[in-house]
Write a protein of this length. Structure first.
Length: 270
């Protein structure tokens, strides 16, 4: 692996010292750090960093992904803070740059971007072997998915209600769904950052007529069977398959992507 690596913001990072102290502000990254066997160096996390459940309990919380308690981070004296372009506010990241020696920015947009993510963190924190093993497991899942023929379906993937919100086609979620040839509606791209990546929509939108499936995610809004039933009784959704989907499995990158692809293959096969 190279002695210096570049993160999603184009910033180079040298290999960390063995005494590195890591604060993760990204739930899926926190899980990945544990998968890379960095348990002893993880000193802070958000309240949304809940996996692996048996290990994160001992790690202090520093607020939420979009409500980071800067003083709490400072008190932990981290050498590294890991952030994500979608998950964390730019203003927060800039405040952290003034306090923390190394702010590592991540921004995976497709399942295949996990290879670079594993390599990035593996190189910085001297976990190259562990990163390689994750890459092998990810490739196995991608290969297994690619051997199947998936009929194309148009899907609405809902992440919120009041207002209703979905995902643009250049998001990680949409790219995950394309592995099984599910094309998210509406057909739009939101750019690399900003609210347009997760647009709001009206249930009267004309493009909804093209949806074959309606997927109600378990996060960030926790949809329930009651929501499925309500849409099922709405004449605008007559004839459409409406079901719940595990948002963690579809939207979490990092090590979760390995199980997430297997979950999606099974889900799409039903």
């Amino acid at each position: 692996m190279p002695t210096r690596v570049v993160d999603a913001a184009g910033i180079e990072h040298a290999k960390a010292q063995h005494a590195a102290r890591i604060v993760s502000l990204v739930p899926s990254i926190t899980e990945l750090l544990f998968a890379l066997k960095l348990d002893a160096q993880i000193v802070g996390r958000t309240g949304f960093c809940v996996h692996p459940r048996d290990k994160v309990r001992r790690v202090p919380k520093v607020g939420g992904t979009k409500a980071v308690k800067i003083d709490a981070v400072r008190a932990l004296q981290p050498t590294h803070v890991i952030v994500n372009i979608d998950e964390n506010e730019r203003e927060t990241v800039e405040q952290l740059r003034a306090l923390v020696p190394h702010v590592v920015v991540t921004h995976p947009l497709t399942p295949g971007d996990n290879f670079a993510l594993y390599a990035l963190l593996g190189a910085i924190f001297d976990r190259d072997d562990e990163a390689l093993e994750l890459s092998v497991q990810l490739q196995t899942q991608l290969d297994a998915c690619a051997t199947r023929e998936w009929p194309q379906q148009n899907v609405l993937y809902a992440i919120w209600r009041e207002p209703w919100m979905t995902v643009a086609r250049d998001t990680y979620i949409s790219a995950m769904l394309r592995l099984v040839n599910w094309q998210t509606l509406p057909d739009l791209r939101g750019g690399e950052t900003g609210a347009a990546r997760y647009p709001s929509f009206d249930l009267d939108a004309a493009w909804l007529a093209r949806a074959d499936r309606v997927l109600l995610s378990s996060e960030p809004y926790r949809f329930t069977q009651q929501h499925c039933d309500a849409l099922g009784h709405d004449t605008r959704f007559a004839g459409k398959r409406i079901e719940l989907i595990d948002g963690e499995m579809v939207s979490w990158y990092g090590s979760r992507a390995i199980d997430g692809i297997a979950y999606l293959v099974d889900y799409a096969s039903r």
